[in-house]
Each structure stands twice: as C-alpha cells, then as structure tokens.
Design a protein around this ligand. Sequence first.
Ligand code: 2IT
Length: 449
Amino acid sequence: MNAYLASVIENVKTKYANEPEFIQTVEEVFSSLEPVIERHPEYEKADLLGRMVEPERTFIFRVTWEDDKGNWHTNTGYRTQFNGAIGPYKGGLRFKKDVNLSIMKFLGFEQIFKNSLTGLPIGGGKGGSDFDPTGKSDREIMRFCQSFMQALYRYIGPDVDVPAGDIGVGSREIGYLYGEYRRLKGAFENGVLTGKGFAYGGSLVRPQATGYGSVYYLENVLKHEGDSIQGKTIACAGFGNVTWGICQKAAELGARVVTLSGPDGYIHDPDGVITPEKIAYLVEMRNSGRNKVQDYADKFGVQFFPGEKPWGVKVDVVMPSAMENDVHMEHAKQIVSNGIKYYIEVANMPTTNDALQFLLAQPGVIVAPSKAVNAGGVATSALEMAQNSERLSWTEEEVDRQLRHIMDTIYQMSVDAAAEYGLGYNLVAGANIAGFLRVAEAMMAQGVF
Ligand code: 2IT
C-alpha cells in the first residue's frame, strides 16, 4: 500500500484504538484511495488525509431530563462537525443506547463522502445521544428533545450545521427539537433542521427519500445487468423509516420485500410487505416504541425467527437496511451459497470489513455501498434546505424527479470514477473515490487549516 496512506491509517489505529467503528470506516474508505493518492502527490504534501480523519470539532454535552415519575436522568449528547469544506455540516442525530464517540465519528466520517456524492453543498456531521427511546412516553421524548436542544442550539444554524433524523429520531423528535430551537432563538430559522413536518417547512418525499432513493439506485444496477426489478424478492432488515420506504417503492415497481428484522429477530413474509395495510403497520410498530418485529408476525400470521438475522433467506436482492455491522462473514457466506447476485447496502456500514472484502471478491456478486445507496435521504434534506431558504415548497413530483436524477448521477459518477482509476466496475471504490475527490479539491483550494 502507498506509504502515506498506510501511515495515516496506522496513526488512526494507534491514536483512536478505543474507537473501533471509526477505525473500520477509515480503513474501508481509504483502502479505495491508493490510485488517487499515487496520482496526486500534492495531497501528501498538504497532509490531506491526516486532516480528513480529524473532525473540525466535536461537542460533547450533558443532557438531563425528567421522566414521568419525577425522576431525573442524565445522558451524553454529541455533535461532530467533521468536515465543512463543501457546505454547512449536515447529518443526522441518533438516539440509541449504544451511541458513543466512536459511533458518532464513524457516522460523521461516512457522511462527508456521502454528502459530497450528492453533488449538493453539504459538509459532513453527525450527532446524537446514548438516550434509549424504547418504552419512553411521548412526554418523556419531548422533555429529552428539549433538554438536548438546550445544549445543542448554540452550535448549529441554517448556514452552520443542519441536523436531521437517524435511528431513534423521526419527524416527532425533529418537531420537538425545532420547537425548542425556535423558542431559544426567538426566530423562525427552520432551515436549521431537516426532516420537519410539512406544516412548518418539511419537504414532500423526505420521509420516503432514503428508501425510494435506494430502490432507484438498485434499478441502475439492475439495468447495467440487463435485468429488471419486476418480480424481484428483497431481504431487508429493520422496520423503520428507511425499510418502510423500500417496501413502498419496491411494491410500486412490482418487487417485494419479504423479510424485516428487529432486536428480537426477523420475520419472513413470502407474499411480501406490499399491501397498504402491511406497509402502514410498519409505522404503527415504530410509533409504539416497543421495538419488536414479532408484532408483525403476530398480526399477519407469518413466521418469526427469534434471535436470528434474515441473511440466510434465499432472495434475489439483499438490502441490509437497519444498522452497522449487521452482516458478518458467516452471513456473507450464506448469501453467496444462496447464489444471490445483488448485495445492496443501505444502512450506514452494515457489513463488517472482512465480509465486505469477501463479497467483493465473488465474481457472481454485485456489491453497492451504502454511502451511495442511502444518499437520497440526505440529498432530499439538502432539497429541503433549498426550499426553506427560498421560502416556498416544491411539489411531490418535483422533489421525486430531483431525487431520481441525483441517484442516477451518484451511480454514474461512481462507475466513472472507478473506471477512471483502472478499477473496473467497482461501485464501492467508485463511490469512495468520487466522494473523496470533491472534498479534496475544496480543501486544497481553501488552503491549509
Ligand atoms: O445517514 C444519513 O444520511 C441520515 N441519517 C440523514 C441525514 C440528513 O441530514 O438527512
């Protein structure tokens, strides 16, 4: 490997030895960049990679809130403003028990390249808290969001840093967060958050955008193979916002999602999550705060597999759409032995690096990386920001048209970047390279800081 590249990775491994997810994403992205660094010796001179792995800044703050019984609880809040070279920091907030600095930095780092790929002016950031929303009442969620924003508001703004949702943060939480921001600032700066309700400046299609965008990306891959989405069976994970959008768009295009998962196991519905009743039930399951996918099996009489993951089910397309490191080597081997051709990552870093390398080495498998596949979500957030600054809202058709165009462009840019650097049809390396080059150019132009 290129000596400079290797030394930056080595330094991250030593310096951030207690941040395994962050190390994992740096290794994944940088392993694609060898031909780029070889062709651009000026990047080493400017220590571009060394700068990229260091967030511009990270805020860590206390969040104290009162539960319904009058007891007080304290959580840790985070916001990592990783890279602002191409636009205001942009990225979601995650509320989940396992949130820590490593998870925040992995998500923020990934976000830099994803946001760059969208072609829109958004830098990379991420935030959240180790607050666990499971089983919390609506009022508890509201009080937590208010307390979280009391700390966060001084660091964000429509031209500074624009948070959105992620796992555990949906339109309800964004509403409470925005309400508190508006109260504190005394101004209607609704471009400060995306994923808002339509009534106060949210964009049409934003709720579905990550799922829809990933299906549009999949269509590009299928087209390349002379194949079509019609009749395809898809294995998904999770049952949140993203999976819901995939179910809906897949059903509309004649395909069907046959698995969902949760912390409790997975369900297999061979008829597909395709009827409006089933798709609407996902929203109900999410809103219940129970976080149990077994509810779907109980309601629709399909099989539930406690404690298992859905990656052993024989389908046409695998789309891990729940969380990081959901697909391990053993699952990758199952996917290959089932003869599955399309491995389309959706969640951020859903595949361990060894499983990803294994899948990439299979001639019969096409691997698409999440930072390209799921970029339709944040891209539509950038469209929401554009509408907010114009003080108007676009039609559903207009937003969907732009989303589709952005996904087609991301796909094509990835294909072209891999070809340009002699890597053939490699969507993973292509996305890393294309995302990297735009940020690199902006950083070089702005001088050393
Ligand atoms: O991972 C992601 O891209 C998100 N959670 C969405 C970020 C955004 O700003 O819409």
